[in-house]
Design a protein around this ligand. Structure first.
Ligand SMILES: Nc1nc2c(c(=O)[nH]1)N[C@H]1C(S)=C(S)[C@@H](COP(=O)(O)OP(=O)(O)OC[C@H]3O[C@@H](n4cnc5c(=O)[nH]c(N)nc54)[C@H](O)[C@@H]3O)O[C@H]1N2
Ligand SMILES: Nc1nc2c(c(=O)[nH]1)N[C@H]1C(S)=C(S)[C@@H](COP(=O)(O)OP(=O)(O)OC[C@H]3O[C@@H](n4cnc5c(=O)[nH]c(N)nc54)[C@H](O)[C@@H]3O)O[C@H]1N2
Ligand SMILES: [Mo]
Length: 762
């Protein structure tokens, strides 16, 4: 096959800057709604405005007139588009025809406008009245056992809608709550929960003003949380140090030109974010951080022997933590050869990182999916905590842990009850408050739900947003499983591939987006969301809805609930008429939301209590706990010597399975997505050059291959990258992933460590 270098280059600019402005403007124009968009942009992330449906990075206290970023603009214009996927469109496009279109084309047909029902004879979505659809769905659900039904939530759902949704599913009788956080930050919930007694980050924005070192591990802020770059820029500008631990050199972590700074924009200036990049092997984090801790212990001993100041904060360790001895034992048993091999870095480099860490007094560790999406995701998270605890970097200003959560309300959905394993205290509160019975049996998270559907044990799937079939690994198994269901209900803003897997009794419901005015019987409603730093605030849409037939998510849940549970004592209709009543009920069930309605009146909202930030650890021992690592991301016994480890990553022009465009500007890719990223060294070993075309075959743990887990004709793009590593875009590369490779502690799929072989197509 011919060498195909077209549209692959190296991007030399800073992140942000004019490139971001030009790209934002281009996106607004392609969505054909410049006026709606401009109004929307001025309302985004402002008091009394709507919360950006992009990322979960918090809003600063002193907001600029437009608190937005390039990718927020894309997310908004994608929602506010004037394009419509109307009943006429669906009548003319059977699903087997739509199936041939790309994910980009599917969503680019525009907003869904009518409630639809699948017609198997014509293979099309056909309009249906809301009341008819609700009644039919209620009828099917009443015929099923509650545990045969899966209730999926994607993280844009507001607190109000999510609370009603969990109440509906539990009153119906199941805890089956597959959730998008099962695919990203469940290891954060599980890992931090066991280590520090709360499954959430501990820092606030103000901590970044006090930190002297910020360590960014396995996340890509330039693309996925661009507003974080202004925070990092401030840290760098006042002399704080920022380092990254990432197999790829991501531009947003190198330099940033602030689109809202006239000086940067007019002079082409930029702020250097970081020069220190630790390019670890994909899947090498636990090795790297154990190596850092081992070095730190050695440094500590050395200092003590020389009567110099200690490195470890022994007073903190003694009074606030447990498990120190077990951690030290486990580190002492490790051999440097294995650490170097596992991390893909020399002992010297790792020791350099340890001494850098030891020189700083207030340290924040930020991390993303590069840490969580591995077989040992939970333990990876815990190694970051171990490192922080060794020097008392927890429970005090300027220090702590900062997971970069995904969807804009994924954290809030969990806070209001989307949880497959509820505790008894919560069950009792829910029962008492609503005078209902709720199930005790724990339910399914995402991987379990797909497996139960595959085994035909689960017969119905309700999706509150998202694109579950495409977001999960292993389409070879997931897609046929979906098609076999007796009932599917999708609540969505735009068409996606999951909606093309319709079968018996399938419904597609159009809903209001965050930007749109939500009018109910008592007037215009606000909803609330929680950001990555536990700040809860109101979001109020102001644009005219894309169609008069749209319903809000709370109204859809209430409609389904009433149709399924006609005798329910819950006041579904009253709560839908006035969302402040939903908030009163949230407050009654979750004491941490006390004075909910009053506190969201305040600009910026309020912070949910986070005991670990105050140095209070609600763990079994009442102390912060060191937890050693016992599982590796990759077990390479049984794998061929020339295998590589593949991570699936996001391009700059996409939001999860939503593809806004075909460019990945900061990585030098234009107009295409059929690309794999490789280091020069790994390319040389395989006699590959930039632009060569390769096939990628996924390997089972024992080195075998399985039918279908192969990606053909991908073009090599040589970039600055760790050895033994290769990266490709999701969702195209999901075909290489296995539904059986996941972190057992959190059930999060190993999206970022698939053993593969690559071979040149000749
Ligand atoms: N514009 C935009 N914003 C988004 C999203 C989006 O798709 N588009 N998605 C949202 C969601 S749901 C989420 S969860 C977040 C995701 O945000 P991120 O956590 O930033 O997600 P990714 O882009 O998947 O991967 C991040 C980084 O992990 C690195 N990496 C890969 N493997 C490893 C490894 O083994 N170790 C280490 N240390 N690093 C590794 C990659 O090089 C990449 O830089 O962003 C949210 N925000
Ligand atoms: N290979 C690989 N796969 C991955 C990942 C990875 O890193 N690698 N990351 C995983 C992660 S972190 C996540 S979070 C999942 C994402 O999984 P999901 O959350 O299921 O997927 P999204 O692509 O975010 O969902 C897009 C759809 O959401 C709908 N939508 C948008 N806005 C709204 C709204 O306001 N309300 C409603 N009801 N619907 C709306 C639109 O119809 C759109 O088509 O993907 C996972 N999949
Ligand atoms: Mo996510």
């Amino acid at each position: 096959m011919k060498n195909n270098k077209q549209n692959l280059s190296n991007y030399d600019g800073a992140a942000g800057g004019w490139g971001a402005v030009m790209s934002s403007a281009a996106h607004v124009l392609t969505q054909k709604a410049p006026v709606r968009d401009t109004i929307a942009m001025f309302k985004m992330n402002q008091d009394k405005g709507f919360d950006c449906p992009g990322c979960a990075w918090p809003d600063p206290e002193h907001r600029s007139p437009m608190e937005l970023c390039e990718n927020g603009v894309k997310a908004v214009s994608w929602e506010t588009t004037s394009k419509k996927a109307s009943p006429e469109f669906f009548a003319a496009h059977p699903l087997n025809v739509l199936w041939e279109q790309s994910d980009y084309e599917l969503e680019n047909h525009g907003r869904l406008t009518h409630p639809m029902k699948y017609d198997i004879v014509t293979d099309t979505w056909q309009p249906v009245a809301w009341a008819t659809a609700f009644a039919e769905i209620g009828g099917v659900l009443r015929q099923l056992q509650p545990d045969q039904v899966e209730f999926y939530t994607s993280g844009r759902t507001s607190n109000e809608a999510a609370f009603l949704y969990q109440l509906y599913a539990r009153e119906y009788g199941t805890n089956n709550f597959p959730d998008c956080s099962n695919m990203c930050h469940s290891p954060t919930g599980a890992g931090l929960g066991a280590s520090i007694g709360i499954g959430k980050g501990t820092v606030e924005l103000s901590d970044f003003e006090a930190a002297d070192l910020v360590i960014c591990v396995g996340h890509n802020p330039g693309t996925n949380h661009p507003r974080m770059l202004s925070t990092l820029r401030e840290v760098a500008a006042r002399g704080g140090k920022i380092v990254s631990v990432n197999p790829l050199r991501e531009r947003g972590l190198e330099r940033f030109s602030f689109p809202q700074s006239p000086t940067d924009m007019l002079t082409g200036g930029y702020t250097e974010i970081s020069r220190d990049h630790y390019q670890i092997r994909i899947g090498g984090d636990a090795w790297f951080f154990r190596g850092v801790m081992k070095s730190l212990l050695e440094l500590h001993e050395h200092r003590l022997a020389n009567k110099a100041s200690p490195v470890l904060d022994q007073a903190f360790i003694d009074s606030q933590t447990s498990g120190f001895g077990a951690l030290v034992d486990s580190l002492q048993r490790l051999h440097w050869d294995d650490i170097e091999q596992g991390a893909g870095m020399s002992q010297e480099e790792i020791a350099g990182f340890a001494s850098l860490y030891a020189r700083h007094q207030r340290v924040i560790i930020c991390y993303g999916l590069g840490i969580t999406q591995h077989r040992n995701g939970t333990q990876n998270v815990q190694q970051l905590i171990n490192l922080l605890l060794l020097r008392g970097n927890m429970g005090r200003e300027g220090a702590g842990i900062c997971p970069l959560r995904g969807h804009s309300n994924v954290q809030g959905d969990r806070s209001v009850g989307i949880n497959e394993a509820p505790d008894e205290a919560f069950n009792l509160r829910l029962e008492k408050h609503f005078k209902i019975k709720v199930p005790r049996k724990h339910g399914h998270s995402s991987v379990d739900s797909i497996r139960a559907i595959e085994r035909q044990e689960s017969r119905a799937l309700i999706c509150m947003g998202g694109n579950l079939a495409v977001a999960m690994p292993d389409p070879q198994r997931t897609f046929p499983a979906m098609r076999s269901l007796d009932l599917q209900v999708h609540v969505a803003t735009k068409l996606n591939r999951s909606h093309l897997l319709a079968g018996k009794n399938s419904y597609l419901f159009p809903t209001l987006g965050r930007t749109e005015r939500d009018v109910q019987l008592s007037g215009v409603q606000s909803v609330t969301v929680e950001d990555s730093m536990s700040m809860v605030h109101a979001s109020t849409g102001s644009l005219k809805p894309a169609s008069p037939w749209l319903k809000s998510e709370p109204a859809i849940v209430a409609g389904l609930a009433r149709a399924t549970l006609p005798a329910s004592p819950v006041k579904w209709e009253e709560m839908t008429a006035d969302y402040s009543l939903i908030r009163d009920n949230i407050e009654a069930v979750f004491p941490e939301f006390r004075e909910f309605n009053q506190r969201i009146e305040k600009a910026g909202g309020f912070r949910l209590d986070n005991p670990a930030s105050r140095g209070v650890y609600r763990t079994a021992t009442g102390k912060a706990t060191f937890i050693p690592c016992t599982t590796e991301a990759i077990d390479d016994r049984g794998l061929p010597a020339d295998h590589l480890v593949l991570a699936t990553i996001r391009s700059h022009d996409q939001y999860n399975t939503t593809i806004y465009g075909m460019n990945d500007r900061y990585r030098g890719v234009t107009g295409r997505r059929d690309v794999i990223f490789l280091s020069q060294q790994e390319a040389d070993k395989r006699h590959l050059q930039q632009g060569d075309v390769v096939n990628i075959v996924a390997l089972e743990a024992n080195g075998d291959t399985r039918d279908g887990r192969v990606m053909l004709n991908q073009t090599v793009h040589i970039v600055s990258m760790a050895t033994h590593s290769v990266a490709a875009y999701l969702p195209e590369a999901n075909i290489l992933l296995s539904l059986d490779a996941y972190d057992e502690e959190s059930m999060t799929p190993a999206y970022k460590s698939v053993p593969v072989l690559i071979s040149k197509v000749s």
